[in-house]
Design a protein. Sequence first.
Length: 165
Amino acid sequence: MKPAQKGTQKSAVSTTETSKQFKGFTDEERGAMKERIQELKAAARPGPEADKADEESAVLAKIAELPEPDRTMGKRLHAIIKESAPALSPRLWYGMPAYATAGKDGKVVCFFQTAQKFKTRYATFGFSDKANLDEGAMWPTAFALKGLTAAEEARIAELVKKAVR
C-alpha cells in the first residue's frame, strides 16, 4: 500500500521565477500597438486603394506634431528618403513615419522612431529585414540619432539607396 501524500505538491517552477511578475507593456508601447491596429483596419477597408498622397499627408502631419528636435530630424529624413529612394512610399507604421515598397502589400523598408514616443534619450532610424543591407554575417539595422549633420545625412542617403537595390 502506498502511503497517503500530505499537503500539496510544489510546482517545478522555482519560487524566484514565480516571484518575478510580468510588468506588461508601457503606455507608449500600448499606444503604438493601438495606432498600428488603426492603420491595419484603414488598409483593410473595402474600396479604392489608399492614395499615396493621403499616406504622405498623414506622415507629414505626424512629423509636424512632433516636438523638437524630433520634428526637424523627421523633416530631414523624409526629404533624404524621398530624394534617395523615390520608389519608396511614405506611410505610418506603429504611428511613426515609415517608407515602404510600392503596392498595397508594400513592406516597410525603413522607419523613424522618435525619442519622445518611447521616452528614450535618442531617436532611431532603422531598417526592416526587407532592406538589402546584408554584409556578411552581421550588420547594423538601426541607428541612434541625436542630430543630423551633413555626414549623417550622406550616410543615411547611402544606406537608403542600398536598402532598395
